[in-house]
Write a protein that binds this ligand. Structure first.
Ligand SMILES: Nc1ncnc2c1ncn2[C@@H]1O[C@H](COP(=O)(O)OP(=O)(O)OP(=O)(O)O)[C@@H](O)[C@H]1O
Length: 233
């Protein structure tokens, strides 16, 4: 079953007489439990698409269905619930709160959703048990990204949206982070959508959607996804 279905999804920005089509009539489906990479160069429309999938921006026309529910028909409170319950975000620069410890950054999710997973257990799963009391500035980039993966998973959302999650990391750390995202998605049965401009990362995806100037230039199931262990960039 398609967990995400986009039909002629269009996002247009108007500035005076000038129109920019960040997304131009794109249609695609993503299956439940897939690990999907959205690949495209700067300006292709990747972040716009991720923000719309995450319910923090909306389309100009067309529709995106999540579990058959059209996002454009959701009222503000329904969208807020969707963001809180169904979506976990992972960002390039982690977006952790600098004045809270690792544990507090994760436990904060209780204020967003009642039934979160056990923060300590998830931090253990991502290998950060010994860092619970540290502040983000006391961690390496890769460790901070692991905290943000824990934060996204602890809410137990259906869909994980990852915006250039390895963009600020070296190749080796980036591969470890990708492996962790893929592993937790499989273990906790999540659908992951990873946005990147790095074509190497696409090799490990179940499905690759290529965006170019707001249009899909190619969308295909990857018949033989490469193991992340073989990946480097
Ligand atoms: N708020 C906005 N107002 C006007 N134009 C915008 C706005 N946000 C994005 N755009 C334009 O939409 C297009 C797609 O932008 P988007 O940020 O989605 O691309 P991207 O693929 O994520 O790029 P990058 O990899 O550099 O982040 C670009 O031409 C951008 O200038």
């Amino acid at each position: 079953m398609s967990i995400i279905l986009a039909k002629n999804a269009t996002k247009m920005y108007q500035s005076g007489a000038r129109q920019t089509f960040a997304l131009n009539e794109i249609s695609f489906g993503i299956e439940d439990g897939e690990f999907v990479v959205i690949l495209g160069q700067s300006g292709a429309g990747k972040s716009t698409l991720l923000n719309i999938l995450g319910g923090i921006d909306c389309l100009s026309s067309g529709e995106i269905f999540v579990n058959n529910i059209p996002l454009s028909k959701m009222k503000e409170n329904e969208l807020a619930r969707y963001r809180a319950n169904d979506i976990g975000f992972i960002f390039q620069f982690y977006n952790l709160i600098p004045t809270l410890t690792v544990y507090e950054n994760i436990a904060l999710m209780k204020d967003i959703k009642d039934d979160i997973l056990d923060p300590a257990a998830i931090l253990d799963r991502v290998g950060l048990k010994q860092h619970l009391k540290k502040f983000p500035s006391q961690l390496s980039g890769g460790e901070q990204q692991r905290v943000s993966i824990a934060r996204a998973i602890v809410k137990n959302p259906e869909i994980l949206l990852c915006d250039e999650p390895t963009g600020a990391l070296d190749s080796e750390t980036g591969c470890m982070v990708m492996q962790l995202i893929q592993d937790v998605c499989r273990e906790y049965h999540k659908t992951a959508v990873v946005v990147t401009h790095n074509a190497n990362i696409a090799k490990v995806a179940d499905r690759v959607i290529r965006l170019k100037n707001g249009r899909i230039s190619d969308a295909a199931v990857n018949e033989k996804p490469m193991s992340i262990k073989e990946l480097e960039w």
